[in-house]
Design a protein around this ligand. Structure first.
Ligand code: PGA
Length: 262
């Protein structure tokens, strides 16, 4: 990804019904229309994807799903396949979010099957990793999570992969993880990608931060170049607040120090 271009997205988790998603998307279309230099994606629930696809056609806002199965089709009751998502025009799929690891016993191994399937279908996987609690060795766990989730991924595919670093202890809280802590983890993830895939491919993977991102902390979390974007939950449910976070991610105007505001 172009190092100046940032990626900012939101999963509405299970907060909004389809009618509510539609109103949210319509407002985002208005608010984000003039914004350039930031790639934006939204991840509503499966049932809201057709409506979302219809409303976002012809705009620069991308959409995707919060999960998927790894098989194209078959006896998997209640599941949705990459084939089905690709048919709708989805470009992203979130995999291994902490809430799915907790509630659906999602493992690094199942995330890996899904990562490989998403890439086969031209979907960009957003691979969620992060430690459960503030531990003294978070990078060992991150190394294991990333190595397992990306097993079998080709160097040439790495530019399509997004790693969302989301420390579990910072999700759903009043404040994000401290910015300096986030910068260290992002650098550690970058190093392990380079160790595994080499500098060229390792530098192409996009690493974004998630966990209690809000308009008031977005700017400071983006102060390090290794934080290439933000992944937003609750705060994005208010379109104005999401638009402010997107604005904070705009590259600085030539000659100015800070990103612009809307
Ligand atoms: P939050 O969710 O912004 O509500 O903390 C973030 C996430 O789970 O990605």
């Amino acid at each position: 990804m172009d190092s100046r271009r940032r990626l900012v997205g939101s999963s509405t988790k299970m907060y909004l019904t389809t009618n509510e998603v539609a109103a949210w998307v319509m407002r985002l279309r208005q608010l984000l229309e003039p914004v350039t230099g930031v790639e934006v994606f939204v991840l509503p629930p499966f049932v809201s994807l057709p409506k979302t696809a219809e409303l976002l056609r012809g705009t620069r806002i991308a959409f995707g799903a919060q999960n998927m199965h790894w098989a194209d089709r078959g006896p998997h009751t209640g599941e949705v396949s990459p084939l089905m998502l690709a048919e709708l025009g989805a470009t992203f799929v979130e995999l291994g979010h902490a809430e799915r690891r907790r509630d659906q016993a999602e493992s690094d191994e199942s995330v890996n099957l899904k990562v490989l399937a998403s890439l086969r279908h031209g979907l960009r996987p957003i691979v969620c990793v992060g430690e459960d609690s503030v531990s003294s060795t978070p990078d060992d766990l991150l190394r294991r999570q990333v190595a397992t989730a990306l097993a079998g991924v080709q160097k040439s595919e790495l530019e399509h992969v997004v790693i969302a670093y989301e420390p579990v202890w910072a999700i759903g809280q009043a404040a994000a993880a401290p910015a300096s802590y986030v910068f260290e983890r992002h650098r550690a993830i970058r190093r392990l990608l380079i160790d595994r895939f080499g500098a060229e491919a390792g530098n192409r993977c996009t690493i974004i931060y998630g966990g209690s991102v809000m308009p008031r902390n977005a700017g400071s979390l983006l102060k390090d170049n290794d934080v290439q974007g933000l992944f937003v939950g609750r705060s994005a449910l208010d379109p104005e607040s999401f638009a402010q976070i997107v604005a904070a991610a705009r590259p600085p105007e030539p000659g100015s120090e800070e990103g612009a505001t809307l």
